[in-house]
Design a protein around this ligand. Sequence first.
Ligand code: HGY
Ligand code: MN
Ligand code: MN
Length: 410
Amino acid sequence: MGASVPDHFEQMWADLEPIGKGSHDGGYYRQPFRNAERELAAWFVEQARARDLRLETDPFGNQIAWWDVGDVGPPLPGVVTGSHLDSVLDGGAYDGPLGVVSGLAAVDRLRERGFRPARPIGVSVFVEEEGSRFGLACLGSRLATGAIGWDEARALRDPFGVRLDEAMTGVGLEPDDRKPWLDASRVDCFVELHVEQGRALVDLGHAVGVASRIWPHGRYRFEIAGEPNHAGTTRMEDRRDPMLTFAMTALAANKQARVAGQRATFGRVDSRPNSTNSVPSSVTAWMDARCETDEALSELVATIIRQAEERAGRDGTTLAVTPESVSGAVDFDPDLAWRIAVDHEAGDWPILPTQAGHDAGILSAQGIPSAMLFVRNPTGVSHSPAEHAEMPDCLAGVDALAETLRRLAS
Ligand code: HGY
Ligand code: MN
Ligand code: MN
């Protein structure tokens, strides 16, 4: 009976494989409201139509394909699964798409088994989950749930200065500030399947796990201004070099995170004028920090900023730090996680934390009971072309999601 799911899953996976794939190392460039990501959104419309699912698209491009139950009267709040199709720059194939493809394949599986849901089941796609273009993580699900208002979000700009509202209208969307699209009155619970971004399941010997919580995490823009000058004729002691302040800040961030057992990363730097034979006029760098608790996050960031300011004082540079995206700790509904994780033939699924942010975290924080399923990632590598999950584990994830949807929508 189940023979067709691998075909469906593997066929869908093959459909997506080439879309937005970079030429040099096979990483993906699926930035929101650009060609590759719009091709993925169109693919999802096709998949919904092929399954006779009712497609809903909100003003920001978020999508839900509904398996309605034909109930009389107002529809019951649905059980929604899904994830995102956008990627980080040079990202992996699984982060996001695995959850969307598995959601469609799980619906196929339930239908083949003749399951009749007691409430609607939706498969969702949220836009700009990575914040790789407009800087705010989970932008689509924040807009869909009202976690951020349109008036605040519309002015977000990408690295080339393009405004969010321009980027959306440029691809035919009609963003507006109407009432947020998703809330607990429409969504009874949300379950996101995601490739694990770590090695816990490998070490535990399980193909599937359930999320307990998401660490709080944030993104902070460090703007360091110095004095542009000649790289050759300017004596070292006469310089006000912002690159030096940045370099010492990056080292301080690494050290403080290690000492505190937390995470801090500078992965994005913009030096102006980016000239080989000039002392830079400014260096802008973005720090990604993640800690076990909200307090630890505030403390780590404050310590790093203090050390950066001290260094700027010594270098004669100036420093301004702006939080661009902050996500508080998310503790998923423990009863929901437990209901999902227990009583399986192969034993209970492990329940584990993650340091990665997800749309499920936004919906949970907005009062929609949410859960996550993780699929084993043999190396744990993510946000990299090397991100991978074995096909048998992906299919085990589809089975797990189908069983989860059956339990929640019965
Ligand atoms: O960055 C993250 O935590 C997630 O992968 N968006
Ligand atoms: Mn990601
Ligand atoms: Mn993701």
